[in-house]
Every structure is written in structure tokens, then in C-alpha cells.
Design a protein around this ligand. Structure first.
Ligand SMILES: NC(=O)c1ccc[n+]([C@@H]2O[C@H](COP(=O)([O-])OP(=O)(O)OC[C@H]3O[C@@H](n4cnc5c(N)ncnc54)[C@H](O)[C@@H]3O)[C@@H](O)[C@H]2O)c1
Length: 315
């Protein structure tokens, strides 16, 4: 299949590109290497992808509607996996307008251009943040109601709505994937697990913002497998899928696991931060039934692999 991955130089995108190249798809990446985190890291991601085989990289800003349309008119794709976005909850509190640009306007440009050239399947990277606080057990796809807690989440929920609008205008198959806190080797450096591991490796204390928290941490290999299964799904219906582990891990449990590797690791406890939800927990039964998705890597093995990678990368 001819597959375009937007944001393919990022954490999830580069893992996905490697996986799809191995699966013998023809892979193209569009990424403008934003400086939300170290641009050198994105270069390292691309170097990893190059080792797996041939793929094409185009570097430009998808916020530019004209360039985006021109690119699509000059290329042909069977499926578009739209991962390009500005991530991060806390940054969105300080820079809400950037999220309207990077997470909504950019998505509209890619949706429209995909429709114009007759892309068959559009996959959109959404987020568990669209559920707001999930304090009452695992969330199902139909539980999202727009009552979110941060501008990032609002942008993702808004972008989902644009996906439905353009699906009805152009008729492509639409798959909205809501990822739950993804971690693993090459993990995004602003996220908790990579940040904690890097600090501990440098003998620095970590900061935690309220102890009463849990996350449905999802190992990157499982997420990438879930995306690949979605790419292969047969039905032409549009669908939303939760892609998570289905098993929440409390902050205390996470710290206990990390302290097995860093027994001297210290932490500072700060008050809960506005914008952050306290708990996330996915109900993954729809993805299990319709895609055959089963997460394989539990938190202990996932952290073991992530620490091993970080020790090699940062040494
Ligand atoms: N990592 C997670 O836990 C998680 C959870 C839920 C949802 N998501 C979503 O999954 C997607 C990928 O996340 P990630 O963690 O890999 O983030 P990432 O920041 O590593 O990757 C995003 C990539 O998109 C590129 N990009 C951003 N704006 C662009 C633009 N205008 N034009 C071209 N390229 C642009 C960036 O340079 C970056 O390489 C995002 O949409 C994110 O919101 C991630």
C-alpha cells in the first residue's frame, strides 16, 4: 500500500514508519521538524527509519494550505496516517492558539487535500485527553462528550469533528485512533516516563504533580501494531478506536518500578497542575473485537526496555 505518515519524524511516526517498511508498504513521511523538542532527536528518529529501507521524506509545514494541496496533487496515496500535531497538555495552557493552528488547521489542510486526490482511508491520531477526567472506570469510545480539561484536548476533539465533516464531504474511510499515554524507546522527551528516566540517569530529582494519579500507559510496539491493524481493516465504515493497554498504573506503582533501576532516585511532590487529568483508563474491547488488537507488553517489561534504551542513548 502507498502510505503517507504525517509527523513521521516524531516518536510514534518514526516507529510506525519502521514497522510499515518492514511490512513492505511504500512509505512517505511529511514532517517539518518542529522545535517543540530537540530537533536533533527527530534527525535521530529519521536515521533509525533509514536503516530499515527505502522511504521518502518531505520536509514542509502542513499548516501551509497551498503547499499541502500542491504536494497531494503531485503524489498518490492509498492511506494517510495523520500524526503531525503539536502535542503536550501543559504547553497548550500557555500557547492555546498554536494548537488551533497545528492541531486543527493543519488537520483540515490534510483532510481536504486527501479528499481532493481520492485517498481511500484517512487515519487520525487523537488522544485519551478527549475524555477529560476518567474517574469512573474505563472509558468507551462513545463516552467522549467534549467536556475536556485543556486546550490540547479541545483541539483534538475539534479536529475529530473536522474529520467527520470531511469524511462526509469526500466519502473516504475514516479511522480515529485515541492513543493512551504512549511510551517506550525513543519516547517523547517531554512526557513523564522519558523525563523521569533521564533525570534519574543524571542523578537529578523528579517532580511529581499530585500523588493521586494513574495512567493507562501504552507501549509503543503495541500502539504501532494497533495502527497497522487499523490500516488493514476491511469494513468501509468510519470508526473510532481506543488504543491503550486497558490497565491503569498508579503513579506510586510507576515510581516503585523505576526505583528498581534507580534505587537512589529522589522526587519532589508538587501540587496537582491545572489541565492534567488525574486518571486515564481505556476500554479496548472495541479494538480487540474489530481489529484483533491485543496489547502484549506490560508496564514492567515496557519500562525495562525503555530504561535499557535510555542508558544506551544518553550515555
Ligand atoms: N505520545 C503520546 O502518548 C500520544 C498520546 C495521544 C495522542 N498522541 C498524538 O499522536 C501523534 C504523534 O505524537 P508523538 O508523541 O509522536 O509526537 P511528536 O511530537 O514526537 O510527533 C509529531 C511530529 O509532527 C511534526 N509536525 C508538527 N506540526 C507539523 C506541521 N505543521 N507540519 C509538518 N509536521 C509537523 C513534528 O515535527 C513531529 O515530528 C500526535 O498527533 C499526538 O497528539 C500522542
Amino acid at each position: 500500500m502507498n502510505v503517507l505518515i504525517t509527523g513521521g519524524a516524531g516518536f510514534i511516526g518514526s516507529h510506525l514508519a519502521k514497522y510499515l517498511i518492514k511490512e513492505k508498504h511504500s512509505v512517505t513521511v511529511i514532517d517539518n521538524m518542529t522545535s517543540y523538542y530537540d530537533v536533533k532527536r527527530k534527525g535521530d528518529h529519521i536515521d533509525q527509519v533509514k536503516k530499515l529501507g527505502d522511504f521518502t521524506l518531505h520536509q514542509f509545514d502542513l499548516l501551509n494550505e497551498e503547499k499541502t494541496m500542491k504536494h497531494f496533487k503531485e503524489h498518490s496515496y492509498d492511506a494517510v496516517i495523520h500524526l503531525a500535531a503539536l502535542p503536550g497538555v501543559q504547553y497548550s495552557l500557555l500557547n492555546p492558539h498554536e494548537y488551533i493552528d497545528q492541531d486543527i488547521k493543519t488537520t483540515v489542510n490534510v483532510l481536504k487535500a486527501s479528499g481532493e486526490i481520492g485517498v481511500s482511508h484517512f487515519l487520525f491520531a487523537s488522544s485519551s485527553s478527549v475524555y477529560g477526567n476518567a474517574d469512573n472506570g474505563p472509558v468507551k469510545e462513545e463516552d467522549a462528550n467534549g467536556k475536556v480539561c485543556s486546550p490540547y484536548a479541545a483541539a483534538k476533539y475539534g479536529a475529530e469533528s473536522f474529520c467527520h465533516a470531511y469524511q462526509s464531504l469526500y466519502g473516504y474511510k475514516l479511522s480515529i485512533l485515541r492513543f493512551f499515554t504512549v511510551y517506550g524507546p525513543w519516547g517523547r522527551p517531554d512526557m513523564a516516563i522519558p523525563l523521569f528516566i533521564k533525570k534519574f540517569l543524571n542523578d537529578q530529582p523528579i517532580e511529581i504533580f499530585g500523588r493521586e494519579q494513574s495512567r493507562d500507559f501504552s507501549f509503543i510496539d503495541d500502539i504501532v501494531k494497533g495502527i497497522s491493524l487499523t490500516l488493514k481493516r476491511q469494513s468501509s465504515q468510519s470508526e473510532i478506536f481506543n488504543l491503550g493497554s486497558g490497565t491503569p498504573v498508579s503513579l506510586d506503582e510507576l515510581i516503585t518500578i523505576l526505583q528498581e533501576y534507580f534505587p537512589e532516585g529522589k522526587l519532589f511532590e508538587r501540587p496537582h497542575r491545572a489541565g492534567d487529568v488525574k486518571h486515564t483508563w481505556s476500554n479496548i474491547s472495541k479494538a480487540q473485537e474489530m481489529l484483533g488488537y491485543t496489547p502484549d507488553i506490560g508496564i514492567n517489561e515496557g519500562i525495562r526496555r525503555t530504561v535499557e534504551w535510555a542508558k544506551n542513548y544518553y550515555r
